[in-house]
Design a protein around this ligand. Structure first.
Ligand SMILES: *Cc1c(COP(=O)(O)O)cnc(C)c1O
Length: 226
């Protein structure tokens, strides 16, 4: 398996899909999800030249990236997993974007940490578009209030909205709902799409929003269990 070839194939697929839907290529950001991947695969991706990576756990990300940050000054790390408030300090220190803001306490803690560290990191608000009990995220009906709270009252930089659709429903419907909520709240970025459904996410670049797609196994291969 060649990691470089996987990146080339995925980028090709993104370009083709974008063309097909008249979507703006240059608004699509590929976040390579490196969680749980063996080190040699990360090395290959870095050698290929990719610089935007996604992780879902703070501690694991520190282990994988702290040393590498010095070697790759243009590295961009995205937190795509749930964040506990007691990890907010480390998250602010390490990450360049947080995709999973989902509650007031976390918003206030993040703001405090960002001021302390003088690092003002853009955040996505996670929306539980499928209203699933086991999933994080605010409810769609809470979006306006929560955006206002985080952006206007607390003063965080809210980049856009993020969702993870239910596995047994068409992803495009959930992306469309998220897109509508973003429009209603004046937000122009979406964090949508994974290996299985990124082709459904790409067309949303037609809306002139920045589209962050979070692709793991299609780039790195299946994650080993350990
Ligand atoms: C793991 C993960 C991904 C990547 O999943 P793949 O199916 O490997 O592409 C994307 N988004 C989130 C939130 C994840 O936790």
């Amino acid at each position: 398996m060649s990691i470089a070839q996987n990146f080339i194939d995925t980028q090709d697929q993104i370009t083709k899909t974008a063309d097909q839907f008249d979507a703006y290529h240059d608004l699509i950001r590929l976040v390579a999800v490196s969680k749980k991947q063996p080190d040699d695969r990360i090395g290959s991706a870095l050698q290929y030249g990719h610089r935007i990576y996604g992780e879902n756990r703070v501690q694991e990300a520190q282990g994988r990236w702290l040393d590498r940050c010095d070697h790759y000054p243009d590295l961009q790390l995205h937190l795509i997993g749930p964040l506990q408030t007691n990890k907010a300090k480390d998250a602010v220190a390490l990450f360049d974007m947080i995709h999973t803001l989902d509650r007031e306490k976390l918003a206030r803690t993040l703001k405090k940490e960002m001021e302390k560290q003088a690092r003002h990191i853009p955040c996505f608000i996670q929306v539980n578009t499928g209203e699933e009990d086991q999933k994080s995220g605010i409810l769609p009906s809470e979006t306006a209030d929560f955006v206002n709270l985080c952006r206007d009252e607390i003063g965080l930089q809210i980049k856009g909205l993020m969702c993870i659709p239910p596995i047994d429903e068409p992803a495009a419907l959930h992306f469309a709902l998220l897109n509508k909520l973003a429009d209603e709240n004046g937000l122009n970025a979406l964090s949508i799409g994974m290996s299985s459904d990124f082709e459904k996410a790409v067309p949303f670049a037609k809306t002139r929003k920045e589209i962050f797609i979070r692709v793991g196994s299609a780039l790195f291969g299946e994650r080993p269990d350990f």
